[in-house]
Design a protein around this ligand. Structure first.
Ligand SMILES: [Zn+2]
Length: 394
């Protein structure tokens, strides 16, 4: 097993030129973007021994997936190296090198963009909370909800976030040399301005970060497990699991089979890797009692779906920076991907909640099941709103 992981790491190093045994951060500093600080201090303390990534944060996420996902996936997941490459391009990809030995590359640009979107999401969410708790929200269309939101949004001083989104777009857009010069002058320029957003929920922030990065990693792992990049023994198992989302998938307007592969990877990554592992960990480690598991499932669907929405938003942000080529893309539009994620999550949630015998009460009192059932719609509305904030930042 350790041999397969070492092989994956070696292929990764050969392909991306990221030496396996040196301090990764020092390596970035020698590179062409010397002085530009990305948001991931973890990269400074990489200990290469037996880790599944050169980022300790991703490594611990991989440990979680390999240990708590469905047992069919344990062995294949332990063999994959997920590396961060010091590229400014906003992408992640799974690739097969030789000998069917897959590895995954995530660019530092994408990590930066995820951090930025997390801050955008949280800034906007405060105002959004006022919108979705409005008595009329239940009966509003998405458009009406958005209008109400923007009424409340004006005058809240969230404009600084738009400026940040704008800066990030310039950075990602062919690594705009002007912006890089500015960023070099201000080493903290790309840090998330969390301290300037006073009412961010500090408890939720790390969870949102884990869920959004986790979704990106889970999506790429899903490509490997579904056999999209090379032969995979897990393919039959994975396709069987996907069968329960057929209705959602069949409703979507795909332009080619690779767009379909992307949605398959989104749904398998979301349900079987990200959500599945979180849930199993809670059951095994925190020993959630039987009479709370359906409600715990609902809470985790919400948490993971928020992470997936933030990650999809990052794709929307970088896509609107011109990174996704015009013409028929290999990737479906982010709006289609978030729709598929929310619809599939809604179906699963409705199925669990409609037959639960657990009491209808949660941390905020009675009526929990109704509140939980609304999570996918709320997150979908939140996505639409934050995406239009990003669009208006041009
Ligand atoms: Zn993909």
């Amino acid at each position: 097993m350790a041999f397969a992981l070492r092989k994956s790491r070696r292929h990764f190093s050969e392909r991306y030129g990221v030496p396996g045994e040196v301090n990764f951060y020092a390596w970035i500093e020698e590179g062409s973007y010397s002085g530009l600080r990305f948001n991931d201090p973890d990269l400074t303390n990489w200990n290469p021994k037996d880790r599944q990534s050169n980022s300790p944060e991703i490594s611990s996420q991989m440990d979680l997936f390999a240990k708590f996902s469905d047992w069919h996936l344990h062995a294949p997941l332990r063999n994959i190296f997920v590396g961060v490459v010091p590229a400014i391009q906003p992408n992640a990809l799974a690739s097969a090198i030789i000998d069917d030995c897959p590895c995954i590359a995530i660019s530092a640009g994408l990590l930066s963009s995820l951090d930025q979107c997390l801050v955008l999401w949280e800034s906007v969410y405060r105002v959004l909370a006022e919108t979705i708790t409005h008595p009329a929200f239940k009966h509003m269309t998405d458009r009406e909800a958005m209008d109400l939101y923007f009424q409340k949004f004006h005058g809240k001083g969230v404009g600084v976030e738009m400026a940040k989104a704008n800066s990030l777009r310039r950075l990602l857009l062919n690594a705009d040399p002007e912006f890089i010069k500015e960023a070099l002058a201000d080493p903290h320029g790309m840090e998330p301005p969390a301290e300037r957003v006073p009412t961010i929920d500090r408890l939720k922030q790390p969870r949102r970060r884990i869920a959004s990065l986790g979704f990106v990693v889970a999506h790429e792992l899903a490509h490997v497990l579904l056999g999209h990049v090379c032969h995979a023994a897990t393919r039959g198992y994975a396709e069987e699991k996907l069968a329960r989302h057929r209705e959602v998938i069949d409703r979507l307007p795909f332009r080619n089979s690779s767009q379909r592969d992307e949605v398959d990877a989104d749904l398998f990554g979301f349900h079987e890797i990200l959500l599945g592992s979180f849930r199993e960990k809670a059951t095994r480690v925190k020993m959630v009692p039987r009479g709370e598991r359906d409600r715990q499932y609902a809470a985790m669907v919400g948490q993971c779906l928020e992470g997936a929405a933030i990650a999809t938003l990052a794709l929307h942000l970088v896509g609107s920076a011109g990174e996704i080529p015009t013409g028929i893309s290999t990737h479906p539009a982010p709006a289609i991907r978030i729709q598929a994620l929310c619809d599939a999550a809604q179906d699963c949630l409705t199925a669990v909640l409609s037959r639960t015998s657990e009491p209808d009460v949660g941390p905020r009192g009675p009526g929990y099941l109704t509140r939980a059932a609304e999570l996918p719609r709320t997150i979908h509305s939140a996505y639409e709103i934050v995406a239009s904030v990003v669009d208006s930042a041009k």
